[in-house]
Design a protein around this ligand. Structure first.
Ligand code: NAD
Length: 262
C-alpha cells in the first residue's frame, strides 16, 4: 500500500501527463532492479563489489580485459533471462496510449523494447548489451556466435574483419558517447513539456544533463526514485518509492486497466 502523500503525488503526475503534449521518460538502472538486474550506485549496487574497467585498461592490459570478460560472462545469464517488470510495462502502456512520446535510457538491458516499445522510440545513450561490436570498425556480432569462442579457450575475441577487439556494444568509462543518440536525446529533452526521470541517481554526465535540458527549455521534470538523487532540489515533484509500483498506479490512472499489466 502506497502512502497517502505518495498517492497524491501520483495523481499530480497523472494530471501533468494528461495535459502534456510531449512527454519523455528518462530511465536509469533503478527501473530494472525489480527485474533482477542490480544497479551501480543503489544500496545493493554493483560498485559496492567492483570498480569499473575503463576502456584504456581494456585496450592496453590483458589482465584488465580478462577481468572485464569474467564479469560480463558472470552477469550475462541474468541479463538474458531478465523480463520487463511493472515499471517497463507501465511505460509501454503509456506509450501505446500515446501519453508517452519517447524513452531515453541509460540502461543497456533492452527491457523497454522487450516490454513492447519499438526500437525506434528507445534512445540508448549508453549503448546496448544485447549485441557486441568491434571497437575498431564497429562491425556487429551476436552473442550466440561469440559465446562458443570462450568455451574454445579464446580469452578476448577479435573482429574477423579487421582484428580489432570485440566488446558488448555498451559505453565503457573513458569511451566516447554515441554522438547520434546523445544529440537525439538532448533534442527530445528540449521538446519535452514533461520529463519523468525514473530510477537514476542523476549523477552520470553527460546523460544526467538531459533533465537540465528540459528545465532550460521551460519543461517540467518529475523524479521517481527510491533514494534521494543529485537533482531533487531542482524539482517540486519527487516521488520516492519503487518505480514498478509507482508507474503501475500511474499508468492505471492515465490509461485505465492496461492489458499489459493484468
Ligand atoms: P545508478 O545505479 O547510478 O542509480 C540507480 C538509482 O535507482 C539509485 O539511486 C537507486 O537508489 C535507484 N533505484 C534502485 N532500484 C529502484 C527501484 N526499484 N525503484 C526506484 N528507484 C530505484 O544508475 P544510473 O543513474 O542509471 O547510472 C548507472 C549507469 O550504469 C547507467 O549509465 C547504465 O548505463 C549502467 N547500468 C545499467 C544497468 C541496466 O541496464 N539495467 C544496470 C546497472 C548499471
Amino acid at each position: 500500500m502506497l502512502s497517502e502523500k505518495l498517492n497524491s503525488k501520483i495523481d499530480d503526475l497523472a494530471d501533468r501527463i494528461r495535459s502534456s503534449r510531449y512527454t519523455v521518460a528518462f530511465t536509469g538502472a533503478g527501473i530494472s532492479t525489480e527485474s533482477g538486474i542490480p544497479d551501480f550506485r543503489g544500496p545493493k549496487g554493483i560498485w559496492k563489489r567492483y570498480r569499473p574497467v575503463e576502456l584504456s585498461e581494456f585496450l592496453s592490459d590483458p589482465d584488465a580485459r580478462a577481468e572485464y570478460w569474467r564479469r560480463k560472462l558472470e552477469m550475462l545469464p541474468l541479463m538474458k533471462k531478465a523480463m520487463p517488470n511493472e515499471g517497463h510495462l507501465a511505460l509501454a502502456c503509456l506509450f501505446k496510449s500515446k501519453h508517452l512520446s519517447v524513452v531515453i535510457t541509460q540502461n543497456i538491458d533492452g527491457l523497454h523494447q522487450k516490454a513492447g516499445i519499438p526500437q525506434s522510440s528507445v534512445i540508448e545513450v549508453h549503448g546496448s548489451n544485447t549485441y557486441l561490436a568491434c571497437l575498431s570498425c564497429r562491425k556487429r556480432y551476436e552473442w550466440d556466435d561469440i559465446l562458443p569462442l570462450f568455451d574454445q579457450g579464446v580469452q578476448s575475441p577479435r573482429c574477423d574483419a579487421c582484428g580489432g577487439w570485440l566488446k558488448p556494444a555498451t559505453i565503457s568509462f573513458g569511451q566516447a558517447m554515441p554522438e547520434e543518440e546523445i544529440t537525439r536525446a538532448f533534442g527530445e529533452a528540449s521538446k519535452a513539456e514533461l520529463l519523468m526521470a525514473i530510477g537514476s541517481s542523476l549523477q552520470v554526465y553527460p546523460a544526467a544533463g538531459i533533465p537540465d535540458e528540459t528545465r532550460r527549455e521551460g519543461g517540467f521534470v518529475a523524479i521517481i526514485n527510491n533514494e534521494p538523487t543529485a537533482q531533487d532540489s531542482m524539482t517540486q515533484l519527487v516521488l520516492r518509492g519503487s518505480s514498478g509500483e509507482i508507474l503501475r498506479d500511474l499508468s492505471s490512472i492515465v490509461c485505465g486497466n492496461c492489458f499489459l499489466l493484468r
